[in-house]
Each structure stands twice: as structure tokens, then as C-alpha cells.
Design a protein around this ligand. Structure first.
Ligand SMILES: Cc1cc2nc3c(=O)[nH]c(=O)nc-3n(C[C@H](O)[C@H](O)[C@H](O)COP(=O)(O)O)c2cc1C
Ligand SMILES: [Mn+2]
Length: 475
């Protein structure tokens, strides 16, 4: 199966696999629509297509949480919906290595309707109020933001949220450490130049995966998107800047970030699964044009527990962790970032454990940026993708005192970690802990506990007979 080439073919594919529900009854953009999407995330439910949004013409549709489940992630990668997570990880890791450069095109579906600056009204788009208590209506909860470095011409794609400030202005919070934040602060603010951006909504899923991926500085996310989708992404030039955007996108909001325009943004129900900040200073962007397909589909990720960012970061984050650990000589076997952990928990299996290894893992994973605050290090007879197995090992093998390796740091803690106080966040003060869930290598074999499971406490011969009988019983 090829990967779906655009959002519409992806939606057809998940409809065919039973993972999309269409709602034709009127739905309120004010929390009700996103509330349904939110509940779906919490119940491992389907994606939705809403065709009748209150106050909006039926040619505007809204779809929720494109890849918030592993089934939908699998379909987006062109795989059967029931592909195991381990295999999704493997496919992603392999394709990540085969980048495919984009193609430039002139004709593009995303240009079917062009709205010039003087006709722009952001309230013409069905932008939902995502959660009660949000600072405003958010768009670009599942977007792809294009920007270009002022000096080198390096083009970045990132996924950053934007809040509708008024008819023509957006406010946003790309972290200062994000690639967009860096480009703005280093290339445009000092010379007081506005920075062109394009906020792309509803492109092919691999393009959004690439935008959200943990990727190197100066890395080209368009090439990565081509690799992940196994086909070149077609790009078309913007109307009001020399940026290029995926031609198949549903909606493109062209804008310029004002170098000194500070505006208020937030609070928002964030990816860790909480609203934990207040309205604060953020960047301000003036819309210069909007282009879209006919019958455009707005994509919304109902941010919070088990949303599309949980699955996305689960894969790209885990692969990045694995590469870092390998580079530093940790005998890593598998890494899993469970979506239930709100991108705060990583499970790492190693072929040789012990205190020194656990300590090294937490040091390596907090050396630059510290997104994970809990790391569970297990022996490689534990399947990191099997949470009951991991929980059993954690509860029984981790010594409450010797098995806990805490590493504290200043200036690079994750400001969105709900556990931190406001003072800790301001100072970027934080801590990460590695739980050593491995048997000490210095314990003699005779006294190292043996797990009472079929695979470890039975002879090979009995295992084979049990498995054969199990199969014969039709179980
Ligand atoms: C749904 C979703 C929303 C996100 N929103 C933001 C955001 O508003 N600000 C931010 O700094 N990062 C946000 N991120 C994380 C970035 O997309 C991620 O760090 C990505 O690697 C950024 O690209 P960059 O490395 O090119 O900066 C979000 C991720 C997802 C999946
Ligand atoms: Mn980047």
C-alpha cells in the first residue's frame, strides 16, 4: 500500500479501515466539536469529520486528531491498520534515513481560492475554541510552519500553535529554542525585519510528521517528509513571499512575524495533558494572504492526553533517544516513549544494565534539552512496548534507594512540565530520574532472580509443547 498522497486520500483510507466517523448534524465550534475529539483521544476512539459547523457554511469542514491512534498512524504510513507499534517504529526509522527531495510545481490545489490581505478575516475559518479556559481560538494545532533563515536561506518546517488575536493577527508560541524561534531572534529581530512564514494546514500526513519531528538544526524537513511518505512532496510558491508550501494542502495562511510585535497568547491545554500556564508574551504575526482548496478541511488536534502529538513524538522522540544513547556507547536495545506518558517518560532496554548504565542514560538524555523527566531502564528480556511487562519489572526490580538516579539541571528544563513550580519554570530548573530496573551485573547468576514466566521458568521442551497445545486448542 502506498502512503496516502494528501489529507483527502488519508481520510478515505481511515474511513475504509473504520477509523473515521462523519458527523453531519450541526456542531458548535465553541468547545463541543473539540470536546468530541478530546473524548475520542481518551477512549482510543476514531477521528471525526464534521461537515456542519455552527455559524459556518457547509463548504468548510473540520477533521480531528488525524493520527492520535496507532491504527491511524499505520494507515498514514501506508501500512495495515493493525500493524504493531514495534513495526511502525522500525518503518519510520528506516524511512527517516532515505530522504527524498521535494519537487517544485506551479499548479496547486491549495491555490484554488486566493484571499488577498484586504479581504482576510480569520473568523471566516471555522477555528474552534479547543478547551474551556484557553486564551482564545486556536488554529494550527496540527500544522506545518515554513520559515527561512535570513542569512543562509535554510528553510525550516516546524509544528507550532497559533491563537487568533483578531481578524488579521495571530499570536504564537514557538519556543525560543525551536528552530523558528532561533531564526526569528537571530536573523530578523536584530535588523528589525518582518519574518515571512506560511502556516500550512491539512497537507499529507508525512509532511506534518516531519514538521513535528525532533530533527537536527539546519535539517531539511521537506526531504524528511519525502522519505517518510516514500514520495517527493510537491511544493508551490506562496503568493506574498518566496516561501514554498505543500501544493496539496487544504489551507495556507501566509503571514509575517513582526520583529518587535509582542502580543498576548495562551493559556492553552498543552501536550503534557494540562493547562498550567497563564497568558504571556508571544510573537505576533500579520496575515498577508490566505489560500485554500475548494471545500477546505480544517484539521484540529484536540491537544492533551493521547492526542496526535503523543503518537508522533512517541516515534520521532524515541528514535532520537536511541541514536543519542548509541552514540554515547550505551548498550541500548530498544526505546519506547509511551503516548500515555505525555512525552515525559521513556522506556529504554539495555543488553547490560547496572547503576553505571542507568546513570549514564539520564546524563546523556538531559545534556542538551531535557524533555523526558522519567526514564525506566530495563533488561532486554523485557519488551519495552509491553507496558504490563514494564510495570511488573519496575515494581519488582527497581531498588527504591539504589535504583533511583536523579539528575538536576538549571537553564534547560522543560518549562511545560506540570510538576514544576512557577519559580522552577522561570529558571528552567528541573530534574530527571532514571529508574534502574535491571539486575546488578555484579550479582552472581545463582542468586539473580528468575522470572516465573513461561519463557524463563520452563524448559525449552515444555515451552514448545505448551505453545503447540495452545495453538491446537484454538486459543
Ligand atoms: C501538535 C503539536 C503542537 C506543537 N506546538 C508547539 C508550539 O506551539 N511551540 C513549540 O515550540 N513547539 C510545539 N510543538 C513541538 C514542535 O513541533 C517540535 O519541537 C518540532 O521539532 C519543532 O520543529 P523544529 O525542531 O524545526 O523547531 C508541537 C508539536 C506538536 C506535535
Ligand atoms: Mn527544524
Amino acid at each position: 500500500m502506498a502512503t496516502p498522497k494528501d489529507l483527502r486520500s488519508f481520510l478515505e483510507a481511515i474511513e475504509a479501515s473504520g477509523d473515521l466517523v462523519t458527523v453531519t448534524d450541526e456542531i458548535d465550534w465553541d468547545q463541543e466539536l473539540s470536546g468530541i475529539g478530546r473524548l475520542a483521544c481518551e477512549r482510543n476512539g476514531p477521528a471525526f469529520m464534521f461537515t456542519n459547523v455552527k455559524d459556518y457554511a457547509p463548504d468548510w469542514r473540520v477533521t480531528t486528531n488525524p493520527i492520535a491512534t496507532w491504527r491511524r498512524m499505520a494507515v498514514a504510513l501506508g501500512l495495515p491498520a493493525d500493524t504493531p507499534v514495534r513495526e511502525l517504529y522500525a518503518v519510520y526509522a528506516e524511512r527517516e534515513q532515505n530522504s527524498i527531495p521535494p519537487l517544485l510545481v506551479n499548479d496547486a490545489p491549495c491555490k484554488e481560492v486566493v484571499i488577498p490581505a484586504d479581504k482576510v478575516d480569520l473568523f471566516d475559518l471555522p477555528v474552534p475554541m479547543v478547551h474551556d479556559g484557553d486564551g482564545g481560538r486556536y488554529l494550527g494545532t496540527w500544522d506545518l510552519v515554513v520559515s527561512k533563515d535570513a542569512d543562509t536561506g535554510w528553510v525550516n518546517w516546524g509544528m507550532y500553535r497559533f491563537m487568533v488575536h483578531n481578524e488579521r493577527y495571530l499570536t504564537g508560541y514557538p519556543r525560543p529554542t525551536s528552530h523558528l524561534g532561533k531564526m526569528l531572534l537571530e536573523g530578523y529581530v536584530p535588523s528589525d525585519k518582518p519574518m515571512p512564514i506560511a502556516i500550512v494546514i491539512g497537507a499529507d500526513v508525512p509532511s506534518h510528521l516531519a514538521a513535528a519531528a525532533t530533527f537536527q538544526l539546519n535539517g531539511d524537513e521537506a526531504n524528511l517528509a519525502g522519505g517518510l511518505g516514500e514520495r517527493a512532496v510537491e511544493l508551490v510558491k506562496c503568493e506574498t513571499s518566496d516561501l514554498y508550501v505543500p501544493a496539496n494542502a487544504e489551507i495556507v495562511i501566509e503571514a509575517e512575524v513582526l520583529p518587535n510585535g509582542i502580543a498576548q497568547e495562551g493559556p492553552y491545554g498543552e501536550y503534557p495533558g494540562y493547562r498550567s500556564g497563564e497568558m504571556g508574551d508571544a510573537l505576533c504575526a500579520r496575515v498577508t494572504a490566505i489560500t485554500h482548496r475548494r471545500d477546505p478541511i480544517h484539521t484540529l488536534d484536540t491537544t492533551g492526553f493521547m492526542d496526535s502529538s503523543a503518537t508522533t513524538t512517541s516515534i520521532s522522540g524515541a528514535i532520537a533517544i536511541r541514536r543519542r544513547l548509541e552514540k554515547h556507547g550505551v548498550p541500548v536495545v530498544d526505546v519506547y516513549v509511551p503516548p500515555e506518558g505525555g512525552v515525559h517518560l521513556a522506556i529504554v532496554s539495555v543488553s547490560r544494565g547496572g547503576a553505571a548504565v542507568a546513570k549514564k542514560v539520564v546524563e546523556v538524555l538531559t545534556a542538551r534539552r531535557a524533555l523526558m523527566s522519567k526514564i525506566i531502564v530495563v533488561d532486554d528480556d523485557v519488551d519495552v512496548f509491553n507496558i504490563p511487562q514494564v510495570l511488573h519489572a519496575f515494581a519488582t526490580k527497581c531498588h527504591p534507594e539504589r535504583g533511583t538516579h536523579i539528575h538536576t539541571y538549571t537553564g534547560r528544563a522543560n518549562a511545560l512540565t506540570p510538576a514544576y513550580s512557577q519559580q522552577e519554570r522561570a529558571a528552567r530548573l528541573g530534574a530527571s530520574v532514571a529508574f534502574d530496573v535491571t539486575w546488578p551485573p555484579e550479582w552472581p547468576r545463582e542468586v539473580t532472580p528468575v522470572r516465573a514466566t513461561l519463557d524463563q521458568m520452563y524448559t525449552k521442551d515444555v515451552q514448545d509443547r505448551v505453545l503447540a497445545r495452545w495453538k491446537a486448542l484454538g486459543l
